[in-house]
Design a protein around this ligand. Structure first.
Ligand code: GDD
Length: 350
């Protein structure tokens, strides 16, 4: 057990909630940054951390404002800071690249600058992404693989990674980046393809929906479970020296295979229900991602506990549990949802 104090940005998200649980179990005092609007709407915004609310401290702050971030670091001393907050939906970043860049790049810069100014002893984790590898230069991707991002989101993560490395080298801060491949689970947002599929498959089984519209079924991703991946974040901050690590399962599967397995769990054939819809294609796609996590295995002693079939099964079972209860059945129907439309000066295609 430890007596450390940790700060998590993005604590209300999938990764933030699993990380908060794991840090609490290790004896940490856990603080999280949330937007003020979230505090005013706890029932909707805090669903993933509702069971933790009496054990954690939430601080209202905006990652879009340096003074706001500065004030969080003025109030408490932290041993570790996990910077997970971001606009993390790749498709959305094509619709509004400006917001994605502002939030993801400036937010990271503000946290690093406040750390340097007020708490240079605090260890810093940056949530890097396999999306940074983009149009991949080698397979599998490892820490030394050059970046070639293919989306505004990916570009923003490369910038965050470079900021993190520069603060480490220029100011001697303990700053690391995790290059995490796709990680999923029952707390995944409905806009991401895995949750969209498991939620729709269960709805179809229950007669609540009749089809599922998806984009590119041939894209290959290296999918793991978020609970396994956040464990690696903490391990990175316990090392004697700061360094960057790829976290991945080492297996890639197509979106089609994910559908096949998810519908198969319910004794359904995905081909009877899945329709390809051009609206869900991206202007530039990443065809295949697959990571080599041997450095993390060797140095951190990290290994994933979930297999691909375990992951899909757990997500299907969780959606089944939610959708068979009348009280929770009416959560958003992703089957008909397209990426959120923003009011733009001129309408452009997705
Ligand atoms: N979301 C979505 N919706 N994706 C679809 C759909 C659809 O209807 N149809 C096909 N796909 C394909 C996408 O084109 C992409 O190739 C793949 O499914 C996975 O899409 P997402 O689940 O949205 O994840 P992502 O790979 O773009 O990004 C996720 O992983 C990154 C790590 O590589 C996000 O979690 C990022 O934040 C994260 O950094």
């Amino acid at each position: 057990m430890t007596s450390k104090r940790a700060l998590i940005t993005g604590i209300t998200g999938q990764d933030g909630s699993y990380l908060a649980e794991q840090l609490l179990a290790q004896g940490y005092e856990v603080h999280g940054i949330v937007r003020r609007v979230a505090l005013e709407d706890p029932e909707r915004r805090f669903t993933r951390i509702a069971h933790l609310l009496d054990k954690i401290t939430l601080q209202a702050a905006s990652l879009e404002s340096y003074p706001s971030v500065f004030s969080v670091f003025s109030g408490h001393t932290f041993d570790e800071c996990y910077h997970l907050a971001a606009q993390s939906f790749v498709a959305e970043s094509f619709q509004d690249g400006f917001s994605t860049m502002n939030t993801n790049i400036n937010g990271t810069h503000y946290v690093l600058a406040a750390l340097k100014e007020l708490q240079p002893q605090c260890r810093f984790y940056f949530a890097g992404s396999s999306e940074m590898f983009g149009k991949v230069r080698e397979t599998p991707q490892r820490e030394t693989t050059p970046f070639y991002p293919r989306s505004p989101y990916g570009i923003s993560k490369v910038a965050g990674f470079e900021l993190t490395r520069n603060y480490r080298e220029a100011y001697n801060l303990f700053c690391v980046s995790g290059l995490l491949f796709n990680h999923e689970g029952p707390r995944r947002g409905f806009e991401f393809v895995t949750r969209k599929i498991t939620n729709a498959a269960v709805r179809i089984k229950l007669g609540l929906a009749s089809e599922l519209r998806l984009g590119n079924l041939e894209a290959r991703r290296d999918w793991g479970h978020a609970a396994d991946y956040v464990r690696a974040m903490r391990l990175m901050l316990q090392q004697p020296e700061p360094d960057d690590y790829v976290i991945a399962s080492g297996e890639s599967h197509t979106v089609r295979e994910f559908c096949e397995r998810a519908f198969g769990e319910l004794d359904l054939d995905y081909a009877d229900f899945v329709k390809v819809d051009q609206r869900f294609y991206r202007p530039t796609e990443i065809d295949e991602l697959v990571g080599d996590a041997s450095k993390a295995r060797r140095i951190l002693g990290w290994t994933p506990t979930y297999t691909f079939p375990d992951l899909v099964k757990e997500m299907i079972e969780a959606d089944w549990a939610v959708l068979t209860q009348p009280a929770t059945r009416n959560i958003q129907d992703m089957n008909v949802r397209v990426p959120i439309k923003k009011v733009l000066p001129k309408e452009r295609p997705n």
